[in-house]
Design a protein around this ligand. Structure first.
Ligand code: PMP
Length: 398
């Protein structure tokens, strides 16, 4: 019996060491990591540059709170501003907190303009924004809201993909549109550039803010620094986490100067957000991600991965319905029960990945994955489908 909350229904598998895209279990078995702690370990496990940055920071000052200036945080904030649409950054410890800050920033902007009733945010079904009270309301998934009392008000959920429906839903209370450019948890759905451009145009036409949740799809994962770059638009506010800390708890909310100016002393805060250790690691992650050629290489490997997945789908049409995603945020929609298939990959083929939505296998390796790793993963997926065939034949179903 574990002393922990029963929230995770998790595996007993525990790892004691990691190296690049490999994780080594306590029993000595070696796993290929196409899970990355849910798209977090952007640089894989044990990256020496990150390890050294953390060690060096740990020798200095661990924590001071945001009462004082944190030089590493200032530097990380400036670098993010230099590399993106944003003019200002608020650091958090997690993705949900980054989205919370994004929602508060959007609402406070209109409040300060005297539009106090303009707080409603249009969001989308199939999205995931976190598990705090605000972010479960933003995500709108009824099963995550159940039993937790009245949901935070002011979210309207639409099925994604239809611009007319968004236009029709905009009313006098609407302040923002909130979307993941690639839905991760919901099933690895990458929205077309035209759709993202259409949302930007609707925001501009109605004076709304475009808020992007790039917690999962950002930080190089799709083959651009941020996924919205594929559509040539920029948001007003953006939530970031996961890859930004490479495994250290770190998130950020980025905003334009116009919007961020409402977040004055007293409006928001965090004891730990962007603390010296997290910011030092964040800077080390950024050194690697923004090094010349790094993201272009993610783009190349991501395209190779997509090609291999399409081949796999052709080889196993009885199991693979569709290939999905963008770059190294990839998925295959399958007919066998997805949770069982993920367990099978883990236990029989020593490959780690994670389900998304009801029937999608999400494949989210560290961004440092090589061609050979991709081929190994495809081989393991093929072996797992072949084993399913053999079992079906043995039970007389084939
Ligand atoms: N937004 C998105 C798009 C996510 O994928 C996640 C986490 N899977 C979150 C927000 C919440 O992040 P966290 O678990 O760090 O709170």
């Amino acid at each position: 019996m574990s002393a922990l909350y029963g929230t995770y229904a998790r595996s007993e598998l525990a790892f004691e060491r990691g190296e690049g895209v490999r994780l080594f279990a306590q029993d000595g078995r070696r796993y290929l990591d196409f899970h990355s702690g849910i798209a977090v370990n952007a640089l894989g496990h044990g990256d020496p540059h990150l390890v050294n940055a953390l060690k060096a920071a740990a020798e200095k000052v661990w924590h001071t709170s945001n009462t004082f200036t944190i030089p590493e945080q200032e530097r990380l904030g400036q670098r993010l501003v230099d590399a993106t649409f944003a003019d200002a950054v608020f650091f958090t410890n997690s993705g949900a907190e980054a989205v919370e800050c994004a929602i508060k920033t959007a609402r406070r902007y209109f409040y300060d303009k005297g539009e106090k009733d303009r707080y409603e945010i249009i969001a989308f079904t199939g999205s995931f924004h976190g598990r705090t009270l605000g972010t479960i309301a933003a995500g709108g998934n009824p099963s995550y809201l159940e039993g937790f009392g009245p949901p935070v008000e002011g979210f309207k959920h639409l099925k994604p993909g239809n611009l007319e429906a968004v236009a029709a839903a905009i009313g006098p209370r609407t302040c923002a549109i909130l979307i993941e450019p690639v839905q991760g948890e919901g099933g690895v759905t990458a929205f077309p550039a035209e759709y993202m451009q259409g949302l930007r145009a609707l925001c501009d036409a109605h004076g709304l803010l475009l808020v992007l949740d790039e917690v999962q799809c950002g930080y190089g994962r799709t083959g651009r620094f941020f996924a919205h770059e594929w559509s040539g638009i920029t948001p007003d506010i953006m939530a970031v986490a996961k890859g930004i800390g490479g495994g250290f708890p770190l998130g950020a909310c980025l905003a334009t100067a116009e919007v961020a100016k409402s977040m004055v002393p007293g409006t928001h805060g965090s004891t730990y957000g962007g603390n010296p250790l997290a910011s030092a690691v964040g800077n080390a992650v950024l050194d690697r991600i923004l090094a010349p050629g790094f993201i272009a290489e993610v783009d190349r490997v991501g395209q190779l991965f997509a090609w291999h997945l399409r081949q796999l789908a052709q080889r196993f049409p009885q199991y693979v319905v569709e290939t999905r995603g963008k770059g190294l945020l990839a998925g295959i929609k399958i007919t066998p029960p997805v949770k069982d298939f993920v367990v099978r990959l883990r236990d029989d083929h020593q490959m780690l990945c994670i389900a998304a939505g009801d029937n999608v296998v999400r494949l989210i390796p560290p961004l440092v994955v090589t061609d050979a790793d991709i081929e190994e993963a495809i081989g393991k997926l093929a072996d797992a489908f072949t084993a399913l065939d053999a079992e079906a034949a043995a039970s007389g179903k084939a």
